[in-house]
Design a protein around this ligand. Structure first.
Ligand code: FAD
Ligand code: DHB
Length: 389
């Protein structure tokens, strides 16, 4: 098979890129290791920046998101005693949208056939070849037979564990990494949210987050040690812990219910530079990871593929090699700022095992300053709502 752009991975980065390229009349094929059900079964992001919702709208794929998503004007930081409201709408003139990664992926998947975007699921042993030559290609197996796709470019949208990043020689790249000594235990339940806006809480016992997917579906997280076993957290224990950490005001409104999903995710900051090698590009989690505090991961995947689709359009329309060369630098400039915000909010809101009384006082002082300063709140709001593209 021959195409202009071969994309590895049908997560948000790969599907969104495929649609952006198709909108420019560029041929693209997406190759995904898992099945559609598996991809849709992963419960991950929940908060979309305006930059991400604008991309969906521009593609003409935002109708269900606009109808069913929940626009939010603000969110809260809790310091154990009070809720500090960050009024993002008043401070930035913009809103964020609560609309799950599952739903955005479902919308992108559903529209693929009508937009001429071919997505090949259940592709095993995907391998990249000749990425530093002018004619790169992919190989994979499906239903027991070998397949080959020749393309002008390969885009690695295959997440943190995919093969694309590993196809770039270590000698030409640098990886920056920070591992945090805790993870997030998440629970999804069909109960109304405890608050109509998100609450990020810093409690003596550790971080907690009250989030949602709809008016009837809640998503909560608590910080847990990295070696924690999920079996040690039956639903009742988790609801008790959430009630303590989120504080009395939120706890009074928590509705308990059985978990429909429960999982532990580790926290990591990671950036891989550069995001292009020859005819191979990286986008989304394949090139960078942020800790989830601040809800930046999916949104960064969206801004990467915005820059990447512009670079590829310039190449196919005007043979513009400079645009291709500029992609990595443009994307990384925005990525590092989101890395900074996610790292800072993680440090502000979590209990670190090696932190002492002084560190705790610094967190309390920081939160107290934020509560009293419009300037500090504006800084948080403009990062949370998404920096300009
Ligand atoms: P992925 O979603 O990981 O997709 C990669 C795809 O590549 C997958 O479908 C995978 O199956 C496929 N693949 C992998 N290997 C291969 C292979 N060998 N061959 C073919 N295909 C392959 N972000 C936010 O913006 N807001 C949030 O609120 C938020 N909350 C989060 C909460 C949690 C608990 C977690 C874990 C993450 C959260 N994120 C959030 C981050 C967000 O989910 C990711 O950043 C996002 O999924 C990145 O999209 P992606 O397409 O780059 O990668
Ligand atoms: C969710 C996840 C996040 O990382 C975050 O900052 C906000 C919300 C969520 O899954 O709902």
């Amino acid at each position: 098979m021959k195409t202009q752009v071969a994309i590895i991975g049908a997560g948000p980065a790969g599907l969104l890129l495929g649609h952006l390229l198709r909108a420019e009349g560029i041929d693209a094929v997406v190759v995904e290791r898992a099945s559609p059900d598996y991809v849709l079964g992963r419960i991950r992001a929940g908060v979309l920046e305006r930059t991400t919702t604008d991309l969906m709208d521009r593609l003409g794929l935002g109708a269900r998101m606009q109808a069913e998503g929940l626009p939010h004007d603000g969110f809260h930081l809790a310091d154990g005693e009070r809720l500090i409201r960050i009024d993002i709408a008043a401070l930035t003139g913009r809103q964020v949208m609560v609309y799950g990664q599952t739903e955005i992926t479902r919308d992108l998947m559903a529209a693929a056939p009508e937009r001429g975007l071919e997505v090949i699921y259940d592709a095993a042993d995907v391998a990249l070849h000749d990425v530093d030559r002018d004619a790169p290609w992919l190989s994979f197996t499906k239903d027991g037979s070998e397949h080959r796709i020749d393309a002008a470019f390969i885009c690695g949208c295959d997440g943190f564990h995919g093969p694309s990043r590993k196809a770039i020689p270590a000698s030409v790249a640098t990886a920056y990494e920070k591992i945090y000594p805790f993870g997030w235990l998440g629970i999804l339940a069909d109960v109304p949210p405890c608050n109509h806006e998100l609450i990020y809480a810093n409690h003596e016992r550790g971080f907690a987050l009250a989030s949602m997917r709809s008016e009837t579906r809640s998503r909560y997280y608590i910080q847990v040690p990295l070696d924690e076993k999920i079996e040690e957290w039956p639903d009742d224990r988790l609801w008790d812990e959430l009630a303590v950490r989120l504080g009395p005001e939120a706890a009074a409104h928590i509705t308990r219910g059985p978990a429909i999903e429960k999982s532990i995710a580790p926290l990591r900051s990671f950036v891989f530079e550069p995001m292009r090698h020859g005819r191979l590009f990286l986008a989304g989690d394949s090139a960078h990871i942020v800790p989830p505090t601040g809800a930046k991961g999916l949104n960064l995947a969206a801004s990467d593929v915005h820059y990447l689709s512009e670079a590829l359009s310039a190449f196919f329309q005007r043979n513009d090699n400079d645009a291709v060369a500029r992609y990595s630098g443009r994307a990384l400039a925005r990525i590092w700022k989101s890395e900074r915000f996610s790292w800072q909010l993680t440090k502000l809101m979590h209990r670190f095992p090696d932190s002492d009384a002084f560190d705790r006082r610094m967190q309390v002082a920081d939160l107290d300053y934020i509560a009293s300063s419009v300037a500090a709140q504006t800084t948080i709001a403009e990062n949370y709502v998404g920096l300009p593209l």
